[in-house]
Ligand binder design. Structure first.
Ligand code: HEC
Length: 442
């Protein structure tokens, strides 16, 4: 609450981060997988003297160079821009806690891109041993990015002992660190396999490499998908209980539309994952000749949907927090919530004054990190048909601590009685404007 807030109507601020982040996750896991796939395949190709495989790899290294150095890097920086504008307080906390991890990550990424550039331009120019060595550097640094960033990502959902001791290591190697790292590792292998399948499927049907490459790439994907189930199971064990309840049962008693959509998305992830594994088994692996590039594109699209949906679920599990148990999504520190609960809002949220009268400032500062007025998770939709009095009553429920049924999905609302009335009046006006646009315009 110590920063001005940036409200995005329509899409909602969460989705701005979400869209950039999901794209980045897909690209970066792809890049890590490829970083391992390409040098490992080069190693086997050299061992078995397969010049055709080496040519194939050479030809496709360019794609990874562009993917990693252009799209990976720019979407990564895009995350920084979006999180620091939408979630300044949480971003500041993450920087304070993990500044060295990020510093190391930037160094590692620099080495990754540099080695990839040498690797790409070095094909057929360097001695094979040297080229292979640079390939290993590329592989190790690509994987190191995951090793580092995974610590920060998992921290937000399961900060573990950090909440008490504020130690870097407790936060970094938090309870979900290892299951998440292993799970993501399998995802990177599977994505690398998908890429290989796609590229091989584009070769001419009678190209001698086609069948070999399709089978080889399938071998990266199928086992990874099978073991990923084990890591996913482990991961679910370490996730906080109340998040899981929300996931499996929805917010029972919390009224209309609830989070059980998360259950459905989680099922979609599971089913689609299995489908991909079977499609690969019966497609490129067992019937490589019948397998077409069109089918491969469908596999890639499914892969994107699974990755996106899985990341989305993980983000939803974290609600109502940005950093679980420490800071809510709207920047409120959990330990300050009680003390500030019924104080006049403007007294402690100084920047909120920038956003006009108390009512609209309350909405922008306290609700807009998760809701919009008329777009995604629209308050005018949830509050349809309610008048000021009934909205006010709803807001008082959000102040009821243990008796508040929404406490696992929304932060408590801060403000004196007058503030809540002002917010209710602001929201009522917005609801009316939607219901009867003509009267509102007058
Ligand atoms: C941490 C994110 C978050 C914040 C901040 C937040 N909400 Fe919510 N809110 C949710 C979620 C998630 C739902 C459930 C949506 C669903 O089930 O589809 C919800 C549901 C609601 C509903 C519908 C309740 C029902 O019974 O159907 C209302 C009304 C609402 N919020 C109002 C507010 C107001 C007013 C604020 C600001 C004071 C606020 N919310 C702040 C996440 C948040």
């Amino acid at each position: 609450m110590n920063y001005p807030s940036w409200t995005i109507e329509g899409l909602g601020s969460g989705w701005l981060i979400g869209l950039i982040a999901i794209t980045h996750v897909f690209i970066s896991h792809f890049a890590v997988g490829a970083g391992i796939f390409v040098p490992v395949t080069e190693y086997f190709a050299r061992k078995h003297n397969r010049q055709d495989v080496l040519d194939f790899l050479h030809h496709h290294t360019r794609f990874f160079l562009i993917l990693t150095a252009v799209f990976g890097a720019s979407s990564g920086v895009g995350i920084w821009f979006s999180i620091s504008l939408v979630q300044p307080a949480a971003t500041a906390s993450l920087i304070r806690t993990f500044v060295f991890a990020w510093g190391i990550e930037w160094m590692v990424f620099l080495v990754e891109v540099t080695s990839l550039i040498f690797y790409y331009y070095g094909w057929n120019k360097m001695k094979p041993e040297l080229h292979q060595k640079i390939g290993w550097i590329y592989a190790v640094t690509a994987y190191c990015s995951l090793v580092i960033i995974n610590g920060i990502l998992t921290f937000m959902l399961t900060p573990g002992a950090w909440i008490e001791n504020r130690s870097f290591w407790s936060g970094f190697f938090n309870p979900s660190y290892f299951p998440s790292l292993l799970l993501r590792t399998t995802v990177t292998f599977a994505l690398a396999g998908l890429w290989g399948i796609y590229q091989a499927s584009r070769l001419d049907r009678d190209h001698p490499l086609r069948t070999w490459m399709l089978r080889y790439s399938s071998r990266w994907l199928i086992p990874s998908y099978l073991v990923s189930g084990v890591f996913l199971f482990w991961y679910i064990q370490v996730i906080p209980g109340e998040s899981l309840t929300a996931m499996t049962q929805g917010i029972t008693g919390a009224g209309a539309g609830n989070l059980s959509i998360l259950t459905r998305v989680a099922m979609l992830v599971g089913l689609l994952t299995l489908t991909i594994a079977f499609m690969v088994l019966f497609g490129p692996y067992l019937n490589p000749t019948d397998f077409t590039a069109k089918k491969a594109i469908w596999l890639l699209v499914s892969g994107f949907i699974v990755t996106g949906a899985a990341e989305w679920s993980r983000e939803v599990l974290r609600k109502p927090y940005a950093i679980r148990g420490f800071m809510f999504s709207n920047g409120l520190l959990a330990q300050e919530a009680d003390e500030k609960l019924k104080q006049p809002f403007f007294e402690h949220a100084r920047w909120a004054r920038l956003h006009g009268d108390v009512g609209s400032a309350m909405f922008k500062t306290q609700c807009s990190s998760c809701h919009t007025l008329n777009g995604y998770r629209a308050l005018t939709g949830y509050l349809k048909g309610r008048d000021q009095e009934s909205i006010y009553n709803f807001l008082t429920i959000l102040q009821k601590g243990e008796e508040n049924p929404y406490r696992f999905i929304m932060p408590p609302v801060l403000g004196s009685d007058d503030d809540l009335k002002a917010l209710a009046s602001f929201l009522e006006k917005e609801v009316k404007a939607v219901e009867t646009p003509e009267t509102a315009a007058k």
